[in-house]
Design a protein around this ligand. Structure first.
Ligand code: 4FV
Length: 262
């Protein structure tokens, strides 16, 4: 997988290329990653990359010529690569977008600055407009790092043998189960005994129930969109019957709801 980032601050990526999973993926030639300076494609003595917006208004807009020049240079290096503009106007990035992007040979990621880029860039040379979320940043560099990180860890071999992206949150549409490590006791809090039992079937059942309850409590929307398998339906049905028992028990404790309950 090959990444080229177009930015006016290429040095922001120096540390990003040089640490953790990304560094290892580069060293193992699982990915190539470079940052091109858009200013190198600007003309004139001052090599400006931005200018005042037509129609007036505050802020500056990134000029089309340096951007398109940089894009064409990047496409020469990575023929067939998809071009991605990071912008709040884009499709919101998520794990399935990461899986989709992993299938491409190359991605050219365009980092906007100022108020954004000239619209003619978006119309002519951009394949995907992607947003990392509904907020406004000072630049597209951090979103570009987010995408490179999320896609790289899905490349086979990028995550060490001890880890795999298959059991990620969202990989099966659920949040990941609770995780514990040594010490067995921490400030009076013990690790669930099933995790110490060595009974992998029981551990897998506990982890699935942990994922379901966390997803139910924190991201019910994911459960509503998810195709549940029989084991998951059994677990949810058991919760329903447990809750039914509790509600029925209430009625045997005398009629009428508790004072103050609506
Ligand atoms: C952004 C986002 C984002 C907008 C103007 C950069 C800034 C400036 N990019 N997801 N949210 N970009 O806020 O991707 O050009």
């Amino acid at each position: 997988m090959n990444f080229i980032v177009l930015t006016i601050f290429p040095q922001m990526f120096d540390a990003f290329w040089d640490h953790g999973i990304i560094k290892r993926a580069i060293d193992q030639h699982l990915i190539t990653a470079t940052a091109l300076n858009i200013r190198d494609f600007a003309s004139g003595k001052h090599r400006v990359t931005d200018d005042r917006p037509y129609g007036g208004g505050c802020g500056m807009v990134m000029k089309p010529e340096p951007l398109v020049g940089a894009l064409r240079a990047a496409q020469k290096k990575l023929p067939g690569a998809k071009t991605v503009l990071l912008t709040p106007q884009g499709r919101v990035f998520n794990q399935s977008t990461a899986r989709e992007f992993r299938e491409y040979d190359g991605l050219v990621l365009v980092c906007g600055r100022y108020e954004g880029v000239d619209e003619r860039v978006c119309q002519s040379v951009i394949d995907f407009e992607i947003s990392t979320g509904d907020y406004i940043l000072t630049g597209g560099e951090l979103p570009a790092m987010v995408i490179i990180d999320a896609v790289t860890r899905l490349i086979p071999g990028a995550l060490g043998a001890e880890d795999s992206a298959e059991k990620d949150s969202f990989s099966d549409g659920l949040l990941e189960h609770a995780q514990y490590t040594r010490p067995q006791e921490f400030e009076g809090q013990a690790v669930p005994s099933v995790l110490l039992s060595g009974n992998h079937q029981e551990i897998e059942k506990w982890r699935l129930e942990s994922s379901l309850i966390r997803t139910f409590l924190k991201r019910r929307d994911l459960l509503e969109d998810k195709r549940l398998n029989n084991q998951e339906i059994d677990i949810l049905s058991k919760w329903c019957s447990d809750i039914d028992k509790i509600i029925r028990a209430q009625s045997s404790r005398g009629t009428g709801s508790l004072p103050g309950a609506q």
